[in-house]
Design a protein around this ligand. Structure first.
Ligand SMILES: O=C[C@H](O)[C@H](O)[C@H](O)COP(=O)(O)O
Length: 262
């Protein structure tokens, strides 16, 4: 079954599978959004079933909440628990300092709130998401629909004042209409090619009226678990500097992949 999966999906599964080893009984857990996070939710549900773990989960999107509930996980609102032990989520890019671009799946707002309210954040990714400098992936910025074109112009002016050379800003569409986030906002994708100073850009963008949040996660992620198509995984902890290599048995994913219909 796993042989039919693309190498990228095997890499995502490997990272996801390894990440759930960090989950302990009784934890309050943040569940990320996206294809890698979906593998994690499935791997987590298998562990919960097999070991009878008692977990309280907070989802970062309606999609993740639906999937987690469907798989029998207990999902509550963030305000019911206030603080989480751990959040596991995907990313669109991560740099050597474990700063991230997130929001490719339009869930960056809830993702940032949940990750910030967690003792630790683990990012799970295939190796292609590792970059020397953030920015090849267009940076998602969530804006309110009211006056969004004015907000877009203000963002462009701000990028100009920061000497950002490439500053293409595009409204994200879904079937020809502006994509709406779970909160009803729009997403502007900033194609910047290179982000020299993610901390500065994140702060400046959030000063612009109409901007709700941006997809730069600076100093939020603690651990990255990087998966490869052959099941090899590397765990890197930015706080301790520890790097650990391991291997995930891709055959263990057979149930999960079968559920996906692959
Ligand atoms: O809004 C979506 C999230 O930030 C995702 O975690 C991110 O886009 C990575 O998604 P995927 O695992 O599908 O590449």
């Amino acid at each position: 079954m796993t042989a039919e999966l693309s190498p990228i999906d095997r890499a995502k599964y490997a990272a996801a599978r390894r990440s759930v080893d960090f989950v302990e009984d009784g934890m309050k857990l943040g569940l990320g959004t996206g294809s890698t996070a979906a593998f994690m939710v499935r791997a987590l549900a298998e562990r919960v079933k097999a070991e009878g773990l008692k977990l309280t989960c907070v989802a970062t999107s309606s999609r993740t909440a639906d999937l987690a509930r469907e798989l029998g996980l207990t999902v509550v609102g963030l305000d019911e628990v206030r603080w989480l032990d751990l959040t596991i989520d995907g990313a669109d890019e991560f740099d050597p300092n474990l700063n991230l671009i997130k929001g490719g799946g339009a869930a960056l707002l809830q993702e940032k709130i949940v990750a910030t309210a967690s003792d630790r954040m683990i990012v799970i990714a295939d190796a292609a998401k590792a970059v020397a400098q953030l920015g090849a992936f267009p940076l998602p910025v969530e804006v309110v629909p009211f006056g969004w074109q004015t907000t877009k112009a203000l963002i462009e002016e701000t990028l100009y004042s920061l000497d950002v050379l490439n500053r293409d800003v595009a409204l994200r569409l879904d079937q020809g209409k502006p994509l709406r986030t779970d909160e009803g906002h729009y997403i502007l994708d900033l194609d910047l090619r290179r982000i020299g100073n993610p901390r500065q850009l994140a702060l400046v963008l959030n000063q612009i009226p109409g901007v709700v949040e941006n997809g730069l996660f600076v100093d939020i992620c603690d651990i990255v678990v990087v998966g490869n198509g052959d099941g090899k995984v590397t765990v890197r902890d930015i706080n301790s500097g520890r790097i650990e290599d391991g291997q995930v048995d891709l055959g263990e994913g057979a149930n999960i992949f079968a559920d996906l219909g692959d």
